[in-house]
Design a protein around this ligand. Structure first.
Ligand SMILES: Nc1nc2c(c(=O)[nH]1)N[C@H]1C(S)=C(S)[C@@H](COP(=O)(O)OP(=O)(O)OC[C@H]3O[C@@H](n4cnc5c(=O)[nH]c(N)nc54)[C@H](O)[C@@H]3O)O[C@H]1N2
Ligand SMILES: Nc1nc2c(c(=O)[nH]1)N[C@H]1C(S)=C(S)[C@@H](COP(=O)(O)OP(=O)(O)OC[C@H]3O[C@@H](n4cnc5c(=O)[nH]c(N)nc54)[C@H](O)[C@@H]3O)O[C@H]1N2
Ligand code: SF4
Ligand SMILES: [Mo]
Length: 723
C-alpha cells in the first residue's frame, strides 16, 4: 500500500443524538471505509445505533449543499460566498430599516445544540439582529423541564438526571429511550443500562399510551390516557402523603413549600383520577409503595409528558415526587452533572420566564424566545412588529412544529428569508438565500450541552476528521461574516468589528473550549485542558454523579422551591375543570393522536440516506384492534386522519400495543414537496403528522406545543382496502 492510500483510524463522538457515542472511523483519504463503536469510550463502550452510518451518507450525499444557493426567477443558482453573505445581510438590514428590528425573526432547530461552532458563534450573529422575535425547537421539546428547573432550582439547566447505573427502581413517563437512545439524560447504550437495573434485582416500570420497545424490556407497563399524567402524578403524591411514606432525605433542610404541596394534592385520590388516567387505583398504590420501599428510586419523564397539555405541571410534579420520596441528589435517585465546561457558571441576566409577551397571542417568553406555535400568526397578522423576514438555522419547522400547513403558507408570505442549512428541504425552499455549512465530519466538536446532561461525568474532544475543501465554509465563518455585515454603526466601530471578527475567526472554538476547561472544575484536580483531551482520543471518565446541593442551587436563598406560585395557580385551574374532563369526544374527534420515533431517522432528517429509509414504510398510523373494528379499518388500508386544523392520508397498521382510543404517527416525515433537493427522501416521503397537530393546543403554563394527545378522528378512505 502506498502512503497515499493507507487506512487511517480516527476516534470522534457521534453528534446525531444526545447519547454522543464514541465512534471508530476508518478511512482512506476522504473515503470512509467503516464506522464502528469505539470500545474504549468510557461512556459508550462500543455502543452505536444504525444512525451512526448516516454520518458517512450525509458526507457523501450529492444532494447535500456545499455552496450558497440563491432563489432566482429561473430557479436555484449557486452563487459565490461573498455575494451570498452580502445579499443575505443587505436583505435583512433592509427589512429592519423599513419595519424595525422585530420584523426579522429567527428559528434555531435541534441540530444547533449538537454543533459546537453554532453554539459558540451563532449567538454573535443572532444578537446582531437585535430582535425580540426569536424562536427555537425548545418550545416543541424540553421547555417544561427547563421551566420547572428554573423555578424550582433557580437555573433552567439544573435538570435532574436519573442515576441509571445505580438506581434500584426506575419509573419512566412518556419516553422511549430504547428507540430514542435517551434524552435529557446522556446515557449511551441505554437499553443495556435499563436491563442492568433488573439484573441487579431492581425494577423498571413504564407509563405510556403505547406498549413501547422500552416497555417491552420493563417489569411493568401501564397504559395511560394521553395528557393525563398530571392527575396520575397528583394521585401518586396523594398516596405518598396519605400513607406517610414521605421522607425528604438529605435535601430536607433546604426544601421550601412542603405543606403547600401536601394541601394541594390531598383531594386527588387514586380512585378519583382513575377514570381520567385509565390507571386503576390499586396500581397507583402498588407503584408508589414499591417506589418508596426501594433502596433508591428515580422517576423520569420526557417528550410524551413535555409536549402535551400539562407538560410543565407534569415535569414539576415528577421533580416533586423525586424530592418528597427522598430521591433527589443521592446515588440511585436523580442527580446533577458536574460538567468539565460548566455552562451554568455564566450569570443569568434576566428572570428567564414571562419577562415579555408575544405580540399576537400574548404568550410568555422563555429565555428571550417565544413559543414557536405562534410563529405563523406573527408572520400573517398585520401591525407594528409583524414578522416579514426570517433566518433559520438547522431546522425544518414546517415538518417539526404544529400546524405545518399554516406555517408553510406563512413562510410563503415572507418578504425575505435566509436559511443556514446544508439541505434544500420543505422549510429552506422558502429561503431567498441558503448558506450551507460543512457537515459534522468536517468540523471539530466538544459537547457543551450533552456533557451537562450526562448520567456520568466525562469529557471528550472530537478533532476534524475530514479537512473541508477551501471552497466551503464552516458555521463559524458563516455566522461571523453575517454578524459583521449586520453592523450598522459608523466607520470606527466597523473597523473594530472587523478586527473582532478576524480575532474570533483565528482563535476559533478550540481556543474557547481550552479556556473554559481551564476555568472548569477538573483543571486543578485532573489537569483537564484541550491538550489532555487530545491525548485521550476516547474521552476521559470523570466519575459517577456526586451530591452537590445546596451549594449548586441557584435560588437566591439556596432553597429548593417545591411549590412555585406559577405552578400552584395552574393547578387550581385544572382542579376547577377536572370534573368536566370527559373521556374524549370533542366535536366528533374521539381519538387522541400521539407521536412515535423511528430508530433510523432523526426528527425531520436522515431521510435522504437510502439505508436509513429502505425497507417497509414506517410512516404509518398505529391503531388498536378495537378502534379498527369500530371504524371499519383493515390492516394496511389507507385512512384519513383529521384534526381541528388539518387532515392527512396514511396507511393504518392494527397494533394491540396501543391503548384503545389512541393512535400514533411518527413525526419528521412528509418530504413530498416538489422543488426540494432530497431525491431519496422524496421516494420514501411519508406524511407530515404536524399537519394535524394544533398551534392552539399548548402546554397551559409554558406555551410549549402539545404535540401529544391531539383530538383526531380516523376514517377509511373508500376503495383503498388492501388486496
Ligand atoms: N409531532 C411531533 N413533532 C415533533 C416532535 C414530536 O415528538 N412529535 N419532536 C420535536 C422535537 S423533540 C424536536 S427537537 C424537533 C426537531 O425539529 P427541528 O428543530 O426542525 O430539527 P431537525 O428536524 O432535527 O432539523 C433538521 C435540519 O437541520 C439541518 N442540519 C443538521 N445538522 C446541521 C448543522 O450542523 N448545521 C446546520 N446549519 N444545519 C444542520 C438538516 O439539514 C435539516 O434540514 O421536532 C419536534 N417535532
Ligand atoms: N431514532 C431517533 N432518536 C431520537 C430522535 C429521533 O427522531 N429518532 N429524536 C431525538 C430528540 S430531538 C428527542 S427530544 C428525544 C426524545 O426522546 P423520548 O422522549 O424518549 O422520545 P419518544 O420516543 O418520542 O418517546 C415519547 C413517548 O411518550 C409517549 N407518550 C405520548 N403521549 C404521552 C402522554 O400523554 N403521557 C405519557 N406518559 N406518554 C406519552 C409516546 O408513546 C412515546 O413512547 O429523542 C431523540 N432521539
Ligand atoms: S445512539 Fe445517537 S450518538 Fe449513538 S450512534 Fe446512534 S445516533 Fe449516534
Ligand atoms: Mo428534541
Amino acid at each position: 500500500m502506498t502512503g497515499q492510500s493507507r487506512v487511517q483510524t480516527s476516534f470522534i463522538a457521534c453528534n446525531l443524538c444526545e447519547a454522543i457515542c464514541g465512534l471508530e472511523i476508518k478511512r482512506v483519504n476522504n473515503s470512509i471505509r467503516s464506522i464502528r463503536g469505539d470500545k474504549l469510550d468510557p461512556m459508550s463502550k462500543g455502543h452505536i445505533c444504525a444512525k451512526a452510518l448516516a454520518l458517512k451518507d450525509i458526507y457523501d450525499d450529492p444532494d447535500r449543499l456545499r455552496l450558497p444557493l440563491k432563489k432566482c426567477a429561473e430557479g436555484w443558482q449557486e452563487i459565490p460566498w461573498k455575494q451570498a453573505f452580502d445579499e443575505a445581510a443587505t436583505g435583512l438590514k433592509h427589512i429592519q430599516q423599513r419595519h424595525g428590528n422585530d420584523a426579522v425573526a429567527s428559528y434555531l432547530g435541534n441540530p444547533t445544540v449538537h454543533n459546537l461552532e453554532a453554539m459558540l458563534f451563532g449567538p454573535v450573529f443572532f444578537r446582531s439582529l437585535n430582535t425580540s422575535n426569536r424562536f427555537s425547537a425548545t418550545s416543541v421539546d424540553q421547555l417544561p423541564e427547563q421551566l420547572a428547573s428554573l423555578l424550582m432550582f433557580g437555573h433552567d439547566l439544573m435538570i435532574p438526571l436519573p442515576d441509571l447505573d445505580r438506581t434500584d427502581y426506575h419509573l419512566i413517563f412518556g419516553a422511549n429511550p430504547v428507540v430514542s437512545n435517551g434524552s435529557l439524560m446522556t446515557a449511551p447504550g441505554v437499553a443495556k443500562r435499563l436491563k442492568a437495573i433488573r439484573e441487579r434485582g431492581g425494577r423498571l416500570v413504564v407509563i405510556d399510551p403505547r406498549r413501547t420497545e422500552t416497555a417491552a424490556i420493563a417489569d411493568r407497563h401501564l397504559h395511560i390516557r394521553p395528557g393525563s399524567d398530571v392527575y396520575m402524578l397528583l394521585a401518586m403524591l396523594q398516596v405518598v402523603f396519605n400513607e406517610e411514606l414521605h421522607s425528604l432525605g438529605r435535601v430536607g433542610s433546604y426544601v421550601d413549600g412542603l405543606e403547600n404541596i401536601k394541601n394541594h394534592v390531598r383531594e386527588y385520590t387514586p380512585e378519583r383520577v382513575a377514570a381520567l388516567t385509565g390507571i386503576a387505583a390499586g396500581d397507583v398504590k402498588t407503584l408508589v409503595r414499591e417506589f418508596c420501599a426501594a433502596k433508591s428510586a428515580s422517576c423520569y419523564g420526557r417528550i410524551g409528558v413535555s409536549t402535551q397539555q400539562y407538560g410543565t405541571l407534569s415535569q414539576w410534579l415528577i421533580n416533586v415526587f423525586n424530592i418528597v420520596t427522598g430521591n433527589l441528589d443521592r446515588a440511585g435517585g436523580t442527580m446533577f452533572a458536574a460538567p468539565a465546561v460548566d455552562v451554568l457558571a455564566r450569570p443569568r441576566k434576566r428572570k428567564g420566564f414571562a419577562d415579555k409577551f408575544s405580540r399576537v397571542r400574548k404568550l410568555p417568553d422563555f429565555n428571550d424566545e417565544f413559543p414557536v406555535a405562534t410563529l405563523a400568526e406573527e408572520i400573517t397578522t398585520p401591525g407594528e412588529g409583524q414578522i416579514r423576514a426570517l433566518v433559520t438555522n438547522a431546522g425544518n419547522p414546517i415538518l417539526s412544529t404544529p400546524n405545518g400547513r399554516r406555517l408553510d403558507d406563512a413562510f410563503g408570505k415572507l418578504d425575505f428569508m435566509v436559511s443556514i442549512d446544508f439541505y434544500l428541504n420543505e422549510t429552506t425552499r422558502h429561503a431567498d438565500i441558503i448558506l450551507p455549512p460543512v457537515c459534522a465530519l468536517e468540523r471539530s466538536h466538544y459537547d457543551l450541552a450533552f456533557q451537562t446532561l450526562a448520567i456520568r461525568n466525562g469529557a471528550r474532544f472530537s478533532p476534524v476528521l475530514l479537512t473541508p475543501d477551501k471552497k466551503h465554509r464552516s458555521d463559524k465563518q458563516i455566522f461571523l461574516e453575517l454578524a459583521w455585515r449586520m453592523q450598522t454603526n459608523g466607520p470606527v466601530s466597523r473597523v473594530k468589528g472587523w478586527f473582532k471578527k478576524n480575532l474570533r475567526q483565528l482563535l476559533g472554538s478550540e481556543w474557547v473550549i481550552d479556556r473554559q476547561l481551564k476555568k472548569g472544575p477538573y483543571y486543578k484536580s485532573h489537569g483537564l485542558n484541550l491538550k489532555k483531551l487530545r491525548q485521550n482520543p476516547h474521552g476521559i471518565d470523570l466519575g459517577a454523579l456526586q451530591p452537590c446541593l445546596p451549594g449548586r442551587l441557584f435560588t437566591v436563598d439556596k432553597m429548593i422551591r417545591l411549590a412555585p406560585g406559577e405552578f400552584l395557580n395552574e393547578l387550581l385551574q385544572i382542579r376547577d375543570t377536572m370534573s368536566e374532563e370527559q373521556p374524549l369526544d370533542i366535536d366528533g374527534f374521539d381519538l387522541q393522536l400521539i407521536g412515535r420515533r423511528d430508530p433510523r431517522t432523526n426528527n425531520s432528517w436522515l431521510h435522504n440516506s437510502q439505508r436509513m429509509v429502505k425497507g417497509k414504510p414506517r410512516c404509518v398510523v398505529f391503531i388498536h384492534p378495537k378502534d379498527a373494528v369500530r371504524y371499519g379499518i383493515d390492516d394496511g388500508e389507507e385512512v384519513e386522519v383529521t384534526s381541528r386544523v388539518g387532515s392527512i392520508r396514511i396507511v393504518a397498521k392494527i397494533n394491540s400495543d396501543m391503548m384503545p382510543g389512541v393512535v400514533s404517527i411518527p413525526h419528521g416525515w412528509g418530504h413530498q414537496i416538489k422543488g426540494t433537493k432530497l431525491r431519496v427522501a422524496r421516494q420514501h416521503a411519508g406524511v407530515n403528522t404536524n399537519i394535524l397537530t394544533d398551534d392552539d393546543f399548548l402546554d397551559s403554563v409554558s406555551g410549549n406545543a402539545a404535540l401529544n394527545g391531539v383530538p383526531v378522528s380516523v376514517s377509511p378512505v373508500a376503495g383503498s382496502h388492501p388486496s
